[in-house]
Design a protein around this ligand. Structure first.
Ligand SMILES: [Zn+2]
Length: 452
């Protein structure tokens, strides 16, 4: 009898844990680094197309300046421009703390603590646990918190292993994982190596990436998560072709003892060692293929000025051009350029119960992804630069109307109103009672001669 009672209560507990897991909205955010938006049209990607078919697609995501990996991955999970979250480049120098950040030295919380990524907020607000597989920053104690489950970054861990870990964590009932992030280095690495227009090599690499999408979909299906977990697939930036014929050689313009190069091409961060104006003027006359800005001159549209880690002089190469000191070029593709360039834009696709089916959007800013994710998870968003209204056409529970639809509705209403007005006018004219014809009656006075 006692055994039966124990079994009964154990069963009830498992049942409750599962139903709690089922009732909590869940979201998996996936990034394939450097997935340029137009790869979707150039290459056959059957698994990704299947994913998009019954979900939503944003054809071009306007990412944040500078269009590099660390800054944009942190923008996606915070909804903040780079000047607000503090990860302003892949290579940084903080003059106050005298610290250096690079992709090989990125685990000091100091760099990340100026913002709170969504995996931390999710756990702080008690909605559930978070899990992460290699998303930049996800193995760092930000705000003294890591995701409940995470993997230490290691580029040699295969996609399949990352995906399997994520799916098993999403299946965990104690604790319930309601938010997870998954990162993969391709097609970025090959985009740099071959250039985005090498259709033979990039076609092969994108076929691999597409197989990874298929693998993830199958794992989610096999785990019974496919119909309940919301999935976003996106990227941090695109890729532009560059060549050895398009080099801006700084050594031809100024001596190296004049400055320290903190971040390199195609947006170079320059810390002058002596007179800033002299360095600025030398750089200004260096090449017609790059823009040279004093920090305070950086255009507003970049949202890239108000942070101490942004260096006093910023050089922005034109699309396809590379800034070097005098070294030769070892790559055929690069990113980091002006975020208004279509070649720098990635895409976004999403599917699951929280997303509309078959909805297509021309563009969305990547700062708008964060409020949409908070909405899906039922989280109160932290202050951010995004706007939920911009993403409402992605969301199943939001009223969304496109401009052509709005114009159609206005014209339709106008036509209906006009028709009704016409009908009323016509029917009023018909209703006017017809007076019986009567011969004009002359009164006797009327015949009185006026002059008599
Ligand atoms: Zn990247």
């Amino acid at each position: 009898m006692r055994l039966m009672l124990i079994l009964y209560f154990a069963g009830a507990l498992i049942c409750c844990a599962h139903s709690a897991g089922d009732s909590v909205p869940r979201l998996l955010l996936v990034s394939f680094d450097g997935f340029r938006a137009d790869y979707l049209e150039t290459y056959k990607l059957p698994h990704l197309q299947e994913f998009i078919e019954d979900g939503v697609l944003v054809r071009e995501v306007t990412n944040s300046f500078i269009t590099k990996t660390f800054p944009n991955h942190y923008t996606i999970v915070t909804g903040l421009y780079e000047e607000s979250h503090g990860i302003v480049a892949n290579d940084m120098y903080d003059a106050d703390a005298k610290k250096v950040f690079s992709q090989f030295n990125d685990s000091d919380p100091f760099w990340w603590d100026e913002a709170v990524p969504i995996w931390v907020t999710n756990q702080q607000q008690g909605k559930g646990a978070s899990a992460a597989a290699m998303w930049p920053g996800s193995d760092v104690k930000i705000n003294n918190t890591t995701p409940h489950f995470f993997m230490k970054y290691n580029f040699s861990v295969k996609f399949e292993e990352r995906a399997e870990r994520i799916v098993s964590w999403l299946n965990s009932s104690e604790p319930v994982v309601n938010f997870a992030v998954l990162y993969w280095e391709e097609p970025d690495a090959s985009g740099h190596k071959y250039g985005p227009n090498d259709t033979q090599n990039m076609g092969r690499v994108l076929e691999e990436v597409d197989k990874h999408v298929g693998f993830l979909m199958n794992k989610l299906k096999a785990a019974g998560l496919w119909d309940t977990v919301n999935v976003i697939i996106t990227s941090d930036h695109g890729m532009a072709s560059c060549s050895a014929e398009k080099l801006i050689v700084l050594d031809k313009c100024l001596g190296r003892n004049n400055y320290t190069l903190i971040d390199r091409t195609p947006v170079a961060a320059v810390l002058p060692r002596q007179n800033k104006e002299v360095v600025y003027n030398l750089l200004k006359n260096c090449s017609s293929h790059m823009k040279v800005y004093l920090k305070e001159e950086i255009p507003d549209r970049f949202h890239y000025r108000h942070h101490r880690r942004i260096q006093p002089i910023i050089l922005v190469a034109d699309e396809g051009w590379t800034i070097v000191q005098n070294e030769s070029l070892s790559k055929l593709g690069d990113h980091g350029y002006d975020n208004a360039l279509p070649s720098m834009h990635p895409f976004l696709a999403a599917r699951g119960p929280a997303f509309r089916r078959g909805s297509r959007l021309g563009a969305l800013a990547n700062v708008d992804i964060y409020p949409a994710m908070c909405h899906v998870l039922g989280l109160a968003p932290r202050p951010n630069n995004g706007t939920l209204a911009n993403a409402k056409c992605l969301l199943a529970d939001q009223w969304c109307i496109s401009v052509p639809e709005a114009v159609g509705i206005v014209i339709g209403v106008f036509m209906v109103l006009s028709t009704f007005t016409c009908i009323i006018i016509i029917s009023k004219n018909r209703v006017v009672p017809s007076r019986p014809f009567a011969r004009l009656q002359l009164q006797s006075d009327d015949d009185d001669p006026l002059i008599g």
